[in-house]
Design a protein around this ligand. Structure first.
Ligand code: 5GP
Ligand code: ZN
Length: 136
C-alpha cells in the first residue's frame, strides 16, 4: 500500500522505536502512548482489519501478543496489560493497517479505556444471542 504510514514504518521506510521484529511483524512504541511502553504490533504485509487479515497470521497473532505482554510486564513492572485492536472507524480505528495495542497498566494510572456498560433487558439480550448465533 503506497500511502499507508504503518506499511512504511513496518518496512523501515520511516524510522520508528522498534522493540521487536521478525519475518511477519514489527513491534513499535506508540507515538502517543496511553502509558509509557504502549506498543503496537504491526504485520509487515498490509491488511486493514480483522475481516481481511490473511490466514497465515491467524495462528501466530496470539503468540506475539503473549510475547510482548510478557516482556512489558517484566521490563516495566506492569501490574496489568490491556490488549486492544480496533476495527473500523466506528470502533476507533484511525490507521487502516491492522495493528494490536499492547498497553502496560498500573494501579491508579488514570488511563481510561474501560467505559461504563449499557443496560439491556433480558429480551434484548435474547434477541442479540439469536442474531449472532444465526451467523455462526
Ligand atoms: P487506532 O486508533 O487506529 O487503533 O490506533 C492508532 C495508533 O497509532 C494511535 O495510538 C496513534 O497514537 C498511533 N500512531 C499514529 N501514527 C503513528 C506514527 O506515525 N508512529 C507511531 N509510532 N504511532 C502512531
Ligand atoms: Zn499498510
Amino acid at each position: 500500500m503506497d500511502n499507508c504510514i504503518f506499511c512504511k514504518i513496518a518496512n523501515e521506510e520511516i524510522p520508528s522505536n522498534t522493540v521487536y521484529e521478525d519475518d511477519n511483524f514489527r513491534v513499535i512504541l506508540d507515538i502517543a502512548p496511553a502509558n509509557p511502553g504502549h506498543c503496537l504490533i504491526l504485520p509487515k504485509k498490509h491488511t486493514t482489519n480483522i475481516f481481511e487479515i490473511y490466514s497465515d497470521l491467524l495462528g501466530i497473532v496470539y503468540k506475539i501478543e503473549k510475547k510482548i505482554a510478557s516482556a512489558l510486564k517484566a521490563a516495566l513492572n506492569a501490574e496489568g496489560i490491556n490488549i486492544l485492536q480496533n476495527n473500523g472507524e466506528a470502533a476507533g480505528q484511525s490507521v487502516s493497517h491492522y495493528h494490536i495495542h499492547v498497553i502496560p497498566r498500573h494501579q491508579r494510572d488514570n488511563v481510561t479505556l474501560n467505559k461504563e456498560g449499557k443496560s439491556l433487558s433480558s429480551d434484548e439480550f435474547s434477541a442479540i444471542v439469536d442474531k449472532i448465533k444465526a451467523e455462526l
